[in-house]
Every structure is written in C-alpha cells, then in structure tokens.
Design a protein around this ligand. Structure first.
Ligand SMILES: [Zn+2]
Length: 310
C-alpha cells in the first residue's frame, strides 16, 4: 500500500480506527512513525514524518474510509509531537484538506514548536536537502495554526473508527452493535511533557488506554535535551505506565507500558550516574546500537551541562 518510492514503509491497524505508519530513516538505523486516529467526525494525525510522500498510505485510508466525504463538519487535526525535522515535514500531504482547496485541516503543536520550526527545523531541512534529498523530497515547513501551553483536548464526536466503536466494547459484540458513543468517549488529550525538547507533547487517549508518545518515550532509550525537566518527565512516564495498555513511540514498535518504566528507569539511572547500557540496548542491529550509544553519550553530556543537543 505504501508508495514505491518510500522504502521499508509499512502501515498497520493496532486498534480499530488507530493506524501506525512507520518508515526507516536511512543512515540512522531506526524507524520513525506517524499515527492516524479515525473518527466519524474527523481524524487526528500525530506527526507527519519527513516528506509528504511518506504519508500516502495515511491519505489513502482517510479518503477510502469515507466519513470525510459524508460528514459536513469533518475535521483533520494534524498534531506535531515536537518540531524536530523527522516529525513535521510531511504536512503538505494534506493539501487537499487545507486552504485554498478547502478548510478542514488544522495543525496543532505546543506554543514553543513554532519558534523551533521556524529557526531550527528550517535550517535542518536545508541541510537535509543536500545530504538526504530523497528523504525530504517535496518537504515543506508548515507552521502550527493552533498552539497550547500545558494541555488541550480534541474531540472526535461519535467515538473512534468508522463505526464509532469505543474500546470498552471491543470484547462485547452485543454492546458493539448497540454502541452509541457519548462525546467524551472521543476525547484525545494533548499534554506538554518537556525533557526531550522544550516543545515535546504526547497524545493520550483515555478511553483506549493508549499513549502516542512522540519522542517522550523511545525504544530503547530517550534523548535528553532539557535536563531541568528530567524529574517531571520521569514522574510522567511512571504515572502513565500505570494508566495505559498500549504505547506508540515515534521511534520503536507499538508495545506495552513496560517501555515507559524502562525509559523512566534509564533516566533515573542517568541522573544517578549508573546505567547498564548493555541491558538497556538489548538486541539491536549494529547501526541502531551505534545510534543509541551516541544518544546515551549525548545524554550524559547534556546532563553535565556541556551540551544540550547536537
Ligand atoms: Zn525523533
């Protein structure tokens, strides 16, 4: 289903109405993902990867699912987990839902993302056009049109998925058939969790016990950029580990909440200056191992104040 010019790309439905698209980042040995949540009254896309070509399968699903054409007030909420280049450069894929053709798409991010994208991501994109032109083919900077500081919610009225099915009902066929969702069941909460970057946010779907984590959780270890927020970041990971059943990181496979505990343990270890890196890295291919070994070294430097990010 993925476009042939996007190698090593795949999309899977991890929950009814929740699709995760991944692609390999060549030269890094890791993958990056974008998550689509479909509802009857609209859809949420969390992160737009590196190029509009990455998102062909997501656009296909939105168009083929049909509520876009049926529902008069249908809306597409595009959310940036943060302003790093691998998370926000494919938004032009949704041009058909945006002005001037139509006005059904709004881009949301944390209030600090706009400045970061304008100043840092723009430069990174220019560099990538020279070093990895295929990766950022037709990529464009599209700034957020709606921002928030601590937390905001988006509501997909009628619940999730084409049928508006809510998670409690998935094991119960009768309930599923009778299901009429109330508006709260479609709540999608966007929460500011700085630590990786100042503008990092997550997408928490309470009714599905689902956390779409951006780079706030990463497999096998997260990248620290804002050491002053380390304590709150760890607290958040530990709190959410008791609340959610499925975690979708931007780098790593969808998995259980153990990832949050593992990341929290790693960050605590970083602060306490004792990390068993072999245990943390586990079984990785050599390219990914090298990438995360460097990330770990960078985290130590960041914490000791000598550098924040490369
Ligand atoms: Zn990233």
């Amino acid at each position: 289903m993925a476009e042939p010019n996007v190698p090593d790309s795949e999309i899977s439905e991890v929950f009814p109405g929740v699709h995760v698209l991944t692609r390999l980042l060549p030269g890094f040995g890791i993958e990056v993902s974008s998550t689509l949540i479909l509802g009857r009254s609209g859809a949420v896309v969390f992160d737009t990867m590196c190029s509009p070509h990455d998102l062909g399968p997501v656009v296909d699903i939105i168009r083929s699912e049909g509520s876009y054409a049926r529902e008069e007030n249908w809306k597409l909420w595009v959310v940036y987990s943060h302003g790093d280049w691998d998370h926000c450069l494919g938004t032009a894929a949704f041009a058909q839902f945006r002005k001037p053709d139509c006005d059904r798409c709004v881009v949301i991010a944390h209030e600090e993302a706009e400045k970061r994208i304008r100043e840092e991501t723009q430069k990174e994109l220019e560099e990538l056009r020279k070093t990895e032109p295929g990766l950022v083919k037709d990529a464009a900077i599209i700034l957020p049109e709606m921002t928030f500081k601590e937390e905001m919610s988006v509501y997909l009225d009628g619940g999730f998925g084409p049928e508006g099915v809510d998670v409690e009902d998935l094991d119960n066929r009768n309930a599923r058939q009778k299901r009429v969702c109330d508006s709260v069941s479609g709540e999608i909460r966007l929460i500011h969790v700085p630590g990786h970057t100042s503008d990092s946010i997550v997408c928490y779907v309470p009714s599905r016990n689902l956390l779409i984590a951006g780079d706030v959780a990463e497999d096998p270890l997260p990248s620290l950029g804002e050491p002053e927020h380390l304590g709150k970041w760890v607290d958040f990971l530990e709190t959410m580990a008791d609340r959610v059943k499925l975690v979708i990181p931007s780098h790593g496979k969808p998995q259980g909440p153990e990832l949050l505990r593992k990341n929290a343990k790693y960050l605590r270890g970083l602060r306490g200056k004792i990390v068993d890196l072999d245990l943390v890295l586990g079984q990785l291919n050599s390219e990914a191992r090298e990438f995360y070994w460097k990330t770990h070294r960078q985290n130590i430097r960041c914490l000791s104040g000598s550098s924040t990010r490369d």
